[in-house]
Ligand binder design. Structure first.
Ligand SMILES: [Zn+2]
Length: 386
């Protein structure tokens, strides 16, 4: 087989500043042009504004169950990071290539595209689908449109490989997440008359303490999944804003919190407990002083967890193709939970380390790209023969 051009493709992909706030269409057009070179059809699934798109392309026979290679095209911002070089120009140094997205996760996209010549060289018995999304980094937003689009395909794919950086380890699970924004409305007055007001900051604090008590309970006696580094459901409050001056009882306070749950815990139940405490314990006290006082809770973002059974056909195949016996679970969320929720068994396996993701001077080791290239070679071989 001719030498692959994984690194050259990665260089091209890194050159597009696809920070989530930007359009990704220039990168998508580049990929389409590349696929056109092999005579492959492709389809865009746009966002509501038309400035971003997912890309879907099927290589091989569409009428039978195949495998999805899923990756996101967007990257996190470099704002405030002191890079030692232009983050959107790939540079090579001592067995690594550096650039924004090198590990998370344009490295995987490059490996997939570099495998295309091999995919088209001889007929496949099972198709391989490329599913490249937008806006993953802002809450797995883009891929949802692509998954809805998949409901129209003639045959459901039988498996999905999500190429987030796992150092090519077989990852069968990640936690689910839900984040909420809470607005506490109180009643203002001069602080010397404090009992006549409803202090929004204090009621926010009481709900925040409730959330903390719940996470302490989960940490001490909650369910355990030993495949996670932190083997229980977690949660925290990340921001609080409230008050204008010490002599004014604040009438508004906002805060944001999240839960990240293992499969046996229910996010609905946890959020329900927070909501019930706000409605049943705190609000009656507040409304006794000011009927308009109370809590508004709105879901900010979230994604389902992944919990693929180790005995499944897909996990068996992934281990066979990657030459591994072990599997694990990771703390970070991925698009795999959404594919799985849509009925497509999914695993996370991709080159590079999550330790380098989102960081200054992000890099991926060339050896990681080579491992992924070899994995895809075996997948292509499998799709030819089976
Ligand atoms: Zn990622």
């Amino acid at each position: 087989m001719p030498a692959r051009n994984t690194v050259e493709i990665l260089e091209a992909l890194v050159g597009f500043d696809t920070t989530s706030r930007n359009s990704n269409l220039a990168l998508i057009a580049w990929v389409e042009n590349y696929l056109d070179g092999f005579g492959l059809a492709h389809e865009r699934v746009f966002d509501a504004t038309g400035s971003k798109a997912n890309l879907w392309s099927t290589i091989g026979p569409a009428g039978t169950g195949g495998y999805i290679l899923s990756g996101h095209t967007d990257v996190v911002p470099v704002d405030g990071q002191d890079w030692s070089h232009d983050p959107f120009r790939l540079i090579q140094r001592e067995g690594r290539v550096y650039g924004r997205g090198a590990a998370d996760m344009k490295g995987f996209l490059a490996c997939c595209l570099a495998a295309v010549p091999d995919m088209v060289a001889r007929p496949l018995a099972r198709p391989i689908h490329l599913a490249f999304s937008y806006d993953e980094e802002v809450g797995c937003v883009g891929v949802r449109g692509l998954i809805s689009r998949l409901e129209g395909v003639p045959v459901n794919p039988v498996g999905c490989f999500v190429g987030e950086p796992t150092e090519m380890n077989v990852v069968i699970g990640h936690k689910a997440k839900r984040s909420l924004r809470v607005t506490v409305r109180g009643k203002t007055c001069h602080s010397s008359l404090a009992p006549m007001g409803v202090n929004a900051v204090e009621y926010a604090a009481r709900l925040i303490v409730k959330i903390r008590e719940m996470t302490d309970r989960l940490a001490q006696q909650g369910a355990r999944d030993p495949l996670y580094d932190i083997p229980f459901t977690t949660g925290h409050t990340g921001t609080v804003h409230g008050g204008t001056a010490l002599n004014i009882v604040p009438d508004v306070c906002t805060f944001e919190f999240e839960f990240r749950s293992i499969a046996v815990d229910s996010l609905d139940t946890l959020v329900g407990e927070v909501t019930a405490y706000a409605r049943e314990t705190l609000e009656p006290e507040m409304k006794a002083v000011a009927p308009q006082a109370g809590f508004e809770l709105e879901i900010k973002s979230g994604f389902p967890g992944l919990d693929t059974t180790p005995q499944s056909e897909l996990v068996r195949l992934t281990k066979q193709l990657s030459g591994q016996n072990d599997h694990g679970k990771v703390a970070f969320g991925t698009e795999a939970g959404l594919f799985d929720e849509a009925g497509i068994p999914s695993v996370v396996i991709g080159p590079g380390s999550i330790d380098q993701a989102h960081k200054v001077d992000e890099f991926i080791a060339l050896s990681e790209l080579e491992k992924c290239d070899a994995f895809l070679d075996r997948l292509v071989g499998y799709c030819r023969d089976n």
